[in-house]
Design a protein around this ligand. Structure first.
Ligand code: CP
Length: 299
């Protein structure tokens, strides 16, 4: 499952459902009474796994799964394909995170139940993108007609790659990529933007462009994807958004972050009305509830 599997009209329907769930949670409290979600997480997670589990429980369903490959038969050498064939006998829907790019797609091909990609290596994180889009639509009132700055690790940050692919489908979106040279957005993404005539610019200093932004999407430097500890240490604190930098931004800016954060946003920013990253985590539950209902044909 990828956000690109949905048309923008289907996404609007999904987000309308998520907003209705937010307003009327009781209406959906038994929608999945007889359903089981499997969460198969081969990589660490707090938000994605627990928001999926919270989503299914809030829909009246139940949850099984593992949060560590070492606790599953992957540790004995079982393939993802075999695991999902078996999980298909135990659950109605599965959310899978895997360090290997494409693994949830391989699983989906062998599966008898819907498999949701909950993050695959440095590739994509589709349900984070759904969360991001719902947050933007709910808090800005629109998807499109804005300048979005993506800041930090644009090379390894899978949430960034997914979000760019989703936003290019909307009108009048301009991208500012803010990163050190070593963590620039991959060429395949800038090539795609060029081929579609979508405006973008690459800069190093956040201070130089923050005043132009409607949305600022901060990201963590992805320690787990670095080959070299020295490079990580050199780059990890390259960007720190603090109150002084935020003072340069407009009043309508929304600061987003998929979380977890390390040092890239100072805690003093949390109380600024423009900081939306904890609301974003809450929207993650509503959109995953809407997604489960949709993929199970219950919407
Ligand atoms: N945003 C996100 O994917 O967080 P987790 O790694 O905690 O799931």
């Amino acid at each position: 499952m990828s956000p690109l599997d949905f048309t923008t009209q289907e996404l609007d329907k999904l987000f309308d459902l998520a907003n209705d769930i937010e307003r009327n949670p009781k209406k959906y409290a038994h929608a999945c009474d007889d359903k089981i979600l499997a969460t198969c997480f081969y990589e660490p997670s707090t938000r994605t796994r627990l928001s999926f589990e919270s989503a299914m429980i809030r829909l009246g369903g139940r949850v099984i799964g593992f949060s560590d490959a070492a606790c599953s038969s992957a540790a004995k050498g079982e393939s993802v394909s075999d695991t999902i064939r078996v999980i298909s006998c135990y659950a109605d829907i599965c959310a899978m995170r895997h360090p290997k790019e494409g693994a949830p797609m391989v699983a989906a091909e062998k599966s008898l139940i819907p498999v949701i990609n909950a993050g695959d290596g440095g590739h994509q994180h589709p349900t984070q993108t759904l969360t991001d889009l719902l947050t933007i639509r709910s808090l800005k009132g629109r998807l499109g007609d804005f300048t979005v700055g993506l800041c930090g690790d644009l090379k390894f940050g899978r949430t960034v790659h997914s979000l760019i692919h989703a936003l290019v489908r909307y009108e009048n979106v301009r991208f500012l990529f803010i990163s050190p040279e070593e963590l620039r957005v991959p060429d395949y993404i800038t090539d795609m933007l060029k081929s579609r005539n979508i405006p973008y610019n690459e800069v190093i200093r956040l201070e130089d462009v923050i005043a132009e932004l409607d949305l600022l999407y901060m990201t963590r430097v992805q320690k787990e994807r670095f080959f070299n500890e020295e490079d990580y240490i050199r780059l990890k604190d390259f960007y720190i958004l603090d109150a002084a930098k935020l003072a340069l931004a407009g009043d309508d800016l929304l600061v987003l972050h998929p979380l977890p954060r390390v040092n890239e946003i100072s805690v003093e920013v949390d109380s600024d009305p423009r900081a939306a990253y904890f609301k974003q985590a809450q929207y993650g539950v509503y959109v995953r509830m809407a997604l489960i209902l949709t993929l199970l044909g219950l919407a």
